[in-house]
Design a protein around this ligand. Structure first.
Ligand code: AMP
Length: 280
């Protein structure tokens, strides 16, 4: 595995690979890698000749300075895991160098970023779009891989690629879970024993919503799921909402909606966990 720290060195290398006709696959991460991240690599290797992973804890997408300061960092272990799993290129960009490449961008996400993570973390998706666009510029991928765990992010990236006409094929990969259903996340490492024991209640509530969708009006279903999660004293729900899976419009009645998603964010102490499940 080759590791690059400087954007221009990576771009030069990618240029050579592309001239050789290699298909470049890319998945951006913030490190502290787990099996979920490695499933993106696995998918990437199926359709691309060269797999590129980036590790960059992007300051512009954090709205809470403590969350940024406490975000787990483990580059050496991450690099070893990627190498073992057969990743070809690791890109760990220098913050100043990558942001120096930034040019103005006129992309609007409108209603897509108004709710859920966009509402709870103002500016988050603007930060995500800025860095993903810069990473795309450095890596020049033919295909890119993102996890459905960050469902709203997948829709934002889809819109980014469409509006900038980047022509990148996007793949959205199912969420990898622990045996008890907790969605894998780098933030899980920070949970204490009690919080970790309580956390599977999030997925339980999502499963309950899936088996009861259509039986109750959306608002009642949401209320019941919030109550289920908050039965655990260690958990506090930020939001639990049903939405149209294509537009993320909040669901008032479900009659006309072909595809429904439940999205949730839950605090375990200071640690914020997100999850979602397609209900129909
Ligand atoms: P992060 O390092 O949290 O920014 O995540 C990097 C990429 O991995 C994003 O596309 C995430 O959606 C994806 N990802 C994170 N957790 C999981 C998971 N449990 N299963 C599948 N993909 C994931």
């Amino acid at each position: 595995m080759l590791t690059f720290f400087h954007p221009h060195e990576l771009s030069t290398h990618i240029h050579t690979l592309k001239k050789e006709g290699k298909r470049i696959g890319f998945f951006p991460t913030m490190g502290a890698l787990h099996v979920g991240h490695l499933s993106l690599l696995e998918a990437c290797k199926l359709t691309c000749d060269i797999s590129v992973c980036s590790i960059f804890v992007n300051p512009t997408q954090f709205t809470n300075p403590d969350d940024l300061a406490n975000y787990p960092r483990s580059e050496k272990t991450d690099a070893a895991a990627l190498e073992m799993a057969g990743c070809d290129i690791l890109f760990i960009p220098d913050k100043q160098e990558i942001y120096a490449l930034e040019k103005p961008m006129s992309v609007t996400f409108d209603s897509l970023i108004q709710g859920f993570e966009g509402a709870s973390r103002p500016g988050h998706f603007e930060g995500v779009a800025r860095i993903v666009r810069l990473l795309f510029e450095c890596v020049q991928p033919d295909e890119a891989f993102f996890g459905l765990k960050d469902y709203q992010q997948c829709l934002v990236i889809e819109e980014l690629v469409k509006q900038l006409d980047l022509g990148i094929i996007l793949h959205f990969i199912p969420t990898k879970r622990e045996a008890d259903g907790l969605a894998m996340s780098s933030r899980n490492q920070r949970l204490n024993v009690l919080q970790r024991q309580a956390a599977p209640a999030i997925y339980q509530a999502l499963l309950w919503a899936k088996s009861h969708v259509g039986h109750y009006p959306p608002a009642e279903l949401e209320k019941a799921c919030i109550a289920q999660i908050e039965k655990e004293p260690a958990l506090r729900v930020d939001y639990f909402k049903l939405a149209d899976a294509h537009t993320l419009e909040p669901l008032v009645s479900q009659e006309k909606t072909s595809s429904i998603i439940a999205l949730t964010a839950v605090f375990a102490g200071e640690i914020r966990l997100i999850d979602n499940l397609l209900l129909k």
